[in-house]
Design a protein around this ligand. Structure first.
Ligand SMILES: Nc1ncnc2c1ncn2[C@@H]1O[C@H](COP(=O)(O)OP(=O)(O)OP(=O)(O)O)[C@@H](O)[C@H]1O
Ligand SMILES: [Mg+2]
Length: 277
């Protein structure tokens, strides 16, 4: 057995994957803390859960915002290799989808966009937005005193965002140009005392999914990637975020792909970089 591990020390969550012959064979995640504790914790958990032996591991790729604070060159006696996060996101996006080119929208605590061309020979960070998973949790706490995505999503599933969001129909009485009447004209623009917590939660998922969705669509048009948008990151596993992004994309006639295991994209890309050397 010849395993490459990828560890992504994200702002919120540290992810670890094991890759054998170019495919993910195991993954796990833990809350991010001190970078060495996070990296060794995630690798230790991966080894324990999958019963890998240390001698099966060739090397460990580390990436993510926390990786630059790692001052060690080995973990459990296995060499560590630092991989640039943008490169890891890009390689992960094509590894998860089998595509040769992609606009990878990494939806973590914040949102980063990476353009990959020529099967990963060109990988560029084109920008992003501070609206992301951290925004969902921060506003969820402020507005609803709820502290997890699961709890917020349960609440939101029972809510009606049209009691909070002003629609194009509300303003114009029908569609405007390419934009249908049911599209949002103003997120939270119709909030009133009648809005329930469930409705506010639903509108919060809408706000974030729509901002990221519109940005992804416009970026895809600017870079000729309309058929290649790939959304990853832990936030991209939220059903309501996916729903909001897909409906935005459909307005503009593009499609957004949500590959399985998107939360592990960056960790996978880091491992993939070592494995394909
Ligand atoms: N069960 C869940 N389903 C969907 N989203 C979740 C869930 N739990 C947490 N999240 C969201 O995922 C976000 C973290 O995503 P991710 O782990 O991809 O980010 P990160 O790598 O830690 O951050 P960054 O890449 O921005 O440094 C949290 O901010 C939260 O909003
Ligand atoms: Mg991340």
């Amino acid at each position: 057995m010849k395993l490459y591990l990828g560890v992504d020390i994200g702002s919120s969550i540290t992810k670890a994957v094991a890759v054998e012959d170019g495919v993910i064979v195991g993954f796990t995640s833990i809350t991010t803390m001190d970078p060495i504790a996070a990296a060794s914790g995630a690798v230790g958990k991966l080894l324990a859960e999958h019963r890998y032996r240390l001698e099966d591991i060739v090397s460990i790729a580390v990436t993510g915002g926390g990786a630059r604070f790692l001052k060690v060159r080995e973990l459990f006696g296995i060499p560590l290799v630092l991989v640039d996060e943008v490169e890891a996101i890009g390689l992960g996006g094509i590894a998860l989808t089998g595509k040769g080119r992609a606009l990878v929208v990494s939806m973590g605590t914040g949102t980063a966009m990476v353009v990959v061309e020529d099967y990963g020979r060109s990988i560029r960070h084109i920008g992003g937005t501070g609206v992301g998973g951290g925004t969902l949790l921060g506003l969820g706490r402020l507005l609803l005193n709820k502290h997890s995505v699961e709890v917020l999503e349960n609440l939101a599933e029972r809510g009606d965002p049209s009691r909070v969001d002003l629609t194009v129909f509300d303003i114009a009485g029908g569609p405007v140009g390419v934009v249908p009447g049911e599209a949002t004209a103003s997120n939270f623009g119709k909030i009133s005392d009648e809005a329930r917590d469930e409705d506010i939660a639903a509108a919060l998922f809408n706000l974030i999914g729509q901002v990221v969705g519109v940005l992804a669509v416009f970026a895809s048009k600017a870079y000729g990637m309309e058929r290649d948008i790939v959304a990853v990151g832990k936030l991209a596993s939220s059903k309501l975020i996916v729903k909001a992004m897909k409906s935005v994309a459909s307005i503009f006639g593009v499609e957004i792909y949500f590959p399985d295991n998107g939360g592990y994209c960056t960790a996978l890309g880091a491992a993939y970089k070592l494995a394909r050397r």
